[in-house]
Design a protein around this ligand. Structure first.
Ligand SMILES: *Cc1c(COP(=O)(O)O)cnc(C)c1O
Length: 389
């Protein structure tokens, strides 16, 4: 049954709809963990890891405490250290750059492309130059599949290779996505993901995972997850993290994986309908386009509006009961903690423009069609009212 009363608030995401569907299954799974009592190394974790790996087409998956810990484990396993620089997009969630800075390496910010919000492969050469100019060794690239849409790996991979850089894919928003037949999680030396509750595959707390096809890196990350302790010797072979996931979260994720493929399709249908309706009714909004051959997880459905109307339109939509979000209002190279790091080419005009124009609409698998219509109608009305001012 769908409740489409015209004044009911529409949130950006709604975990309750999924919770109602999964109901008893999740409670049973949590109760089993309470009973066996293995809260940190329960059997659910290995089962989750094998399901995550096989679904993504990766040889190894290691679940961990968060998407940020996943990035740190990946960077440490790859040997990144002070004096090294890692190229990251300037338009992403802060954790992509934060992990680099936390391990003592230096993030170098690259511009993105407006059509898919992802790293511009053509900026890699400028990133390498900016790193060298700052006296740093460029060692790797972290590409992000922003909003669930895989980055342009067909162009990023050869550019990274040309400069001798390893590639990590930050698939925090894109587990379940694919591009040209390649699944997020199977691309790069290591891919990372996050199970933060509002991600397309989210748990009920913090969680994350790393995936790789390289057995040596997998072994290193297993050790890093647990204070660097070697399973073979019991000795602390490296400096590691408290990176473990708890068994409750693995139990929740196993229940959610049972409906995840269907949910990705449902999100895709919401995105298609949005695109149709926006194309027809909101002439001066740019709807996001999925590149041909791409399955996005639509972690966000992010339109671009004229910069001079974006904030006012968001305010008017809120008055009509439609919540929206701005991901991201400030590009990373303009954030106080990150403004001192090198910027490829000296400025990031596309990232800066996106920060002023993007607006993310309500998006989740269970968004009723009536709500989708209300969202677009509210945006169309707000755009028209603001155009007349
Ligand atoms: C959410 C997110 C992360 C971090 O994940 P946490 O689980 O919150 O630590 C990293 N990168 C991107 C792009 C994200 O969206």
């Amino acid at each position: 049954m769908t409740d489409t009363a015209s004044d009911r608030p529409i949130p950006v995401t709604d975990l309750h709809a999924q919770r109602r569907r999964l109901g008893d299954g999740i409670e049973g799974a949590l109760r089993r963990v309470l009973e066996h009592g293995r809260f940190l190394a329960g059997p659910e974790i290995e089962e989750l890891e094998s399901r995550l790996a096989s679904r993504a087409g990766a040889d190894h998956a290691i679940a961990c405490a968060s998407g940020t810990d996943a990035l740190m484990m990946a960077l440490l396993a790859l040997g990144a250290r002070p004096g090294d620089s890692v190229l990251v997009p300037g338009f992403t969630f802060v954790a992509t750059a934060e992990a680099v800075a936390l391990i003592g390496a230096t993030p170098v910010f690259l511009d993105v492309r407006a059509n898919d919000f992802n790293m511009d492969p053509a900026a890699i050469a400028a990133g390498v130059a900016a790193a060298k100019e700052a006296g740093l060794r460029p060692v790797g690239v972290i590409a992000v599949d922003l909003f669930g849409h895989p980055a342009d790996y067909a162009a990023i991979e050869p550019a990274a290779e040309e400069h001798g850089l390893w590639l990590v894919c930050d698939a925090a928003q894109s587990y379940g996505a694919c591009r040209d037949g390649r699944k997020a999680g199977s691309i790069g030396a290591i891919a990372t993901t996050s199970f933060y509750p509002s991600k397309p595959l989210g748990c009920y707390g913090d969680g994350g995972a790393v995936m790789t096809g390289d057995g040596v890196l997998a072994e290193a990350m297993l050790e890093l997850r647990d204070h660097g302790r070697s399973a073979a010797t019991g000795m602390h072979a490296r400096v590691g993290l408290t990176g473990r996931i708890d068994t409750f979260q693995a139990a929740v994720l196993l229940e959610k994986l049972a409906v995840f493929d269907e949910e990705v399709e449902m999100r895709g249908r919401v995105a298609e309908r949005y695109r149709e309706m926006i194309g027809r009714d909101v002439g001066d909004a740019v709807a996001p386009a999925a590149h041909d051959g791409t399955v996005s997880t639509w972690a966000q459905y992010t339109v671009r509006l004229p910069a001079d109307r974006r904030d006012a339109v968001q305010g008017r939509m809120a008055q009509a009961g439609v919540s929206t979000a701005v991901h991201y209002r400030t590009p990373l190279h303009r954030q106080p903690a990150y403004s001192g790091y090198p910027v490829a080419g000296g400025s990031l005009p596309v990232a800066e423009a996106l920060a002023e124009t993007v607006l993310s609409l309500p998006m989740h698998a269970y968004l009723p069609e009536g709500d989708q219509e209300r969202v677009v109608a509210a945006m169309a009305a707000a755009m028209a009212e603001e155009a007349q001012r």
